[in-house]
Design a protein around this ligand. Structure first.
Ligand SMILES: *Cc1c(COP(=O)(O)O)cnc(C)c1O
Ligand code: SF4
Length: 436
């Protein structure tokens, strides 16, 4: 199906029909199936059959009612094969005002931002991610992160296009060498869905960081010549927007450098385009173990059956998964929202890794929270939930200082030889710690 076919089918949709009527008809498909007694599977003569034999009867839903309703409304002709094909999703990204107007009831501010354009960051949303957005509510968290508003055009004091000073730490184009033992390799500047608060909006989507062999060879050469580097983080843009062949080539070249201990990949695909995590991609990854992955997740609404399947494939391939979450005003700046997110991440075998204070990138004032908000969230997690669920809260220091961790202060003071510590409930405890 071509782009114009899609647009025709969009036009024919009766937008007045409330989506609720669509939900009703499919509910039974999504309610959790009852696990039937073993008698259905095992004959009575095998009463000790382990419970795991029953497990295959438990079928997880493959999508949400919300995504289904969206598909029926805007892509009714599109077959499952296409919808689940990441290349189709990528080709059919929502980019124009006209498309936005069909799929969302735009606020006047959103419309203004789309009309004016001109911000540093291009606009693009995969149909899958668009299906997770609320059609009416411009303040829905996911919608705020991908639909532009005029706040992007405002520049406030302290903001910069390159607040992290990445350009100054770049020995070759697209390689950032800030810490002695590890480098950040920007593979390309393309993302399937653009986050409005993107730290790299100065490069992303501008055609400056291309995945050309020439540029990448220069980066590989620098790494080869720098034996202190033991860890390469491939980011972008989204490196998983590259083809399997290209990724195979990049990973193969890197792993042939003897002093590299491992490679990691930073991606948002499991959240914005989970269809990208194909068996073919997994086959490539399996060749280059140990490979680690940092996945950009923002909000519990991203933890769909599709995202779950993508993470399951990666985890089953032996890739340890960590999450990176940017703290954003009105999106995830509440303890209960973050707690919900980290719990869902653990269920998807993703270990919460970092919460980032939002970088002071130009036009980000409407997204930034105070630092005390971040500390409040960490304090609301530590001790109140599984230790694995608690990420490290960091500020990437403007000017290129690297990530600086911030912790609520649990040391209350000292009494003689005792250190006074408060626990997560605010009670004070003593620990004998004589001053030397
Ligand atoms: C975040 C980052 C890294 C990786 O940092 P870790 O704390 O090891 O995850 C490396 N280089 C640059 C430039 C970075 O911004
Ligand atoms: S996925 Fe990462 S690089 Fe791409 S737009 Fe979002 S924050 Fe920027």
């Amino acid at each position: 199906m071509t782009q114009s076919d899609c647009e025709q089918s969009i036009v024919s949709v009766d937008l007045e029909e409330p989506p609720s009527s669509r939900f009703e008809t499919t509910t039974s498909e999504f309610s959790l199936p009852v696990v039937t007694p073993t008698s259905r599977i095992a004959p009575a003569s095998l009463p000790t059959e382990p419970a795991s034999f029953v497990a295959p009867a438990f079928k997880r839903p493959r999508t949400t009612t919300r995504t289904r309703a969206f598909r029926r409304a805007f892509f009714p002709e599109v077959a499952d094969r296409d919808w689940n094909d990441w290349r189709w999703q990528s080709r059919n990204r929502i980019r124009t005002l006209q498309q936005f107007e069909k799929m969302l009831v735009l606020s006047s501010d959103e419309r203004q931002a789309l009309v004016d354009g001109g911000s540093m960051l291009p606009v693009g949303i995969t149909p899958y991610y668009m299906s997770l957005l609320d059609r009416e509510d411009a303040n829905q968290p996911l919608r705020r992160t991908v639909v532009p508003v005029t706040g992007e055009f405002l520049r406030t004091p302290g903001e910069a296009d390159d607040p992290l000073g990445e350009d100054g730490h770049s020995p070759t184009p697209g390689l950032v060498h800030r810490y002695p033992d590890r480098v950040l390799l920007l593979a390309l500047d393309f993302c399937s869905t653009y986050c409005r608060y993107c730290t790299r909006s100065r490069v992303v989507g501008h055609g400056e960081i291309m995945p050309s062999e020439q540029r990448l060879e220069k980066a590989f050469e620098y790494i080869r010549q720098t034996p202190t580097i033991r860890d390469v983080l491939i980011s972008g843009g989204d490196p998983l927007a590259l083809s399997e062949d290209k990724l195979d080539w990049i990973l193969g070249r890197l792993r042939s450098i003897p002093h590299l201990e491992f490679v990691r990949i930073g991606t948002k695909m499991p959240a914005v385009l989970p269809q990208r995590i194909t068996p073919q991609l997994i086959r490539v990854f399996k060749k280059y173990s140990p490979l680690w992955m940092s996945i950009h997740f923002l909000h519990p609404d991203e933890c769909t059956p599709e995202a779950n399947q993508a993470c399951a494939r990666l985890a089953d391939a032996g890739i340890p998964l960590g999450s990176q979450t940017v703290l954003l005003k009105g999106v995830n700046d509440r303890v209960d929202t973050m707690k919900d997110l980290v719990h869902r991440l653990l269920m998807m075998r993703v270990r919460p890794y970092y919460i980032y204070q939002c970088d002071p990138i130009s036009g980000s004032a409407h997204f930034r929270t105070s630092v005390s908000k971040g500390l409040e969230i960490i304090e609301g997690l530590r001790g109140h939930t599984t230790g694995y669920a608690v990420p490290t809260y960091v500020i990437d220091a403007p000017g290129g200082g690297g990530k600086i961790p911030l912790q609520p202060n649990y040391v209350v003071g000292r009494d003689g030889n005792d250190l006074l510590l408060r626990n997560y409930e605010g009670q004070v405890y003593r620990y004998p710690d004589p001053t030397p």
